[in-house]
Design a protein around this ligand. Structure first.
Ligand SMILES: *Cc1c(COP(=O)(O)O)cnc(C)c1O
Length: 453
């Protein structure tokens, strides 16, 4: 027997609390502001959209938050998730590096999204809410929230970005199978959607537009709340189960990672994996390089500005200080729909400003190339989003081949691509194109940033 391929935890070893990085940062992230007053938002400002338990988690400075038993019960359907050693990919690359991937594709939605969908549905149901509205890009979040809503007896209504709705018809069926209702966005059902359609009848949509639609409906109905699948502090908090499990799994093989890479759309799978390791790094227990990977067509960290901006296109959300391309930026309809968001989580943006993490951008063809190498060696077809992280992993592993360093590399394989096969089809047929955002496009995109007096 050589070194193990799968490192597993028993149910009894399942982490029972989420980790809040804010407690350990040298400076707290800048406050979220009310767009009308420019003052920090209070709980009452957020109460039309979120239950109080989640608002408290959004602003808490406690280091740990206990996971409710009802949530742990649902988590046990797929958690603890496996940590794999990529022996076959390493061999194909001829690298002395050890590559590990934490596989979140074993969840009901096929991605990391249920890690936060389940607690969000739980806290909303406990607060007496009857319906949740949300946006979805590739469809992962809509699937996760409709599954989680079914667990706690809630209705779920999803606005899916038009380009993904057309590219990925099976996501719609999966959302409906779990009991959700789905609309393409922009839709004629909301004022925000109608305004976009009047100007651009063929709009491919964007996460920012879909958020505006879902927020509008939630704000208008007392029994309806809104749920966001990324970006916010409470979402990243819930995702830390990924990193907490991975820490325990690394302890079992007696290793610590030298490099951690993850793909970033709004930053939740990356933060979820990296933050527990960052805690250990800040405490001096290990010293991994932590690197976010984003698409060249939507490079909020590497090319965006760090400024207060809206989370949605219509400008209905509070203002968050984040790396952003501007709230009305509509990225190219690339296949990694989950990475097409104009902004980056304020917490990830803050940690980036503090110099605690790095960022790189990758083109979609390089990413699919990495996805195919991974599929042919490891036997899992990755979702288009984590192919960005895999491309960066492969770069790192090939650099190790040059230098002879046997680095330990960790990534989150945050979802499988079984419902993204049309994208693989386009790549294999040679029909995929790359798009890199030019300086002029960036300047035009950020011109709409709100001015704070
Ligand atoms: C939603 C999604 C992403 C992007 O969201 P993050 O919050 O950045 O994690 C990435 N990968 C998959 C598989 C997704 O479903």
């Amino acid at each position: 027997m050589g070194e193990p391929t799968k490192i597993l935890l028993d149910e009894s070893e399942q982490p029972r609390r989420w980790y809040n990085l804010v407690a350990d940062l040298p400076t707290p992230p800048p406050p979220v502001l009310h767009p009308a007053t420019g003052q920090p938002v209070g709980p009452d400002d957020l109460a039309p959209l979120f239950p109080m338990a989640l608002i408290e988690q959004e602003v808490t400075t406690e280091r740990y938050v206990d996971i409710p038993d009802e949530v742990l019960d649902v988590y046990r359907l797929w958690r603890p998730s496996p940590l794999f050693r990529a022996h076959r990919l390493e061999k194909a690359l001829g690298t002395p590096a050890k590559i590990f991937y934490k596989y979140e594709g074993v969840s009901p939605a096929g991605s990391h999204k249920p890690n936060t969908a389940v607690p969000q549905a739980y806290y909303n149901a406990a607060a007496g809410i009857r319906r949740l509205t949300t946006e979805t890009g590739a469809g992962q979040w809509g699937t996760a929230l409709s599954f989680a809503s079914a667990q706690f007896g809630l209705d779920c209504e999803v606005w899916q970005v038009r380009s993904s709705y057309d590219q990925k018809p099976y996501r719609k069926i999966m959302i409906e199978t779990f009991g959700g209702v789905i609309h393409p966005s922009p839709s004629p059902l909301t004022a925000a959607g109608r305004a976009i359609l009047a100007e651009h009848p063929d709009s491919p949509g964007s996460l920012g537009i879909a958020i505006s639609e879902a927020v509008e409906v939630a704000a208008q109905h007392a029994d309806t709340n809104y749920a966001l699948g990324s970006v916010l502090n409470h979402v990243l908090l819930h995702q830390t189960v990924i990193g907490e499990e991975a820490l325990l799994q690394f302890a079992k093989v007696g290793l610590t990672p030298d490099v951690i890479v993850g793909c970033t759309g709004g930053g939740s799978n990356f933060g979820g994996l990296a933050f527990p390791f960052l805690r250990e790094k800040l405490a001096g227990a290990m010293n991994p390089v932590i690197r976010a990977v984003e698409p060249t067509s939507c490079p909020s960290l590497t090319k965006g500005v760090y400024a207060y901006d809206f989370g949605d296109t219509a400008g209905m959300t509070p203002l968050m200080k984040m790396h952003t391309l501007g709230h009305d930026f509509v990225p190219d309809p690339i296949h990694a729909g989950g990475l097409r968001y104009h902004g980056m989580s304020p917490l990830i943006s803050h940690v980036y400003e503090l110099g605690l993490i790095e960022a790189v951008a990758k083109s979609q063809k390089d990413c699919f190339d990495a996805g195919i190498r991974f599929a042919r060696t490891e036997g899992i077809v990755p979702a288009p989003e984590p192919t960005h992280a895999l491309a960066a992993c492969i770069d790192e592993a090939l650099a190790c081949k040059e230098s002879g360093e046997p680095k330990v590399i960790l990534t989150a394989l945050c979802g499988h691509g079984h419902l993204d096969l049309a994208a693989y089809g386009a790549f294999l047929a040679g029909e995929m194109v790359d798009h890199e955002l030019s300086e002029e496009e960036v300047a035009a995109a950020v011109a709409s940033l709100p001015r704070l007096s």
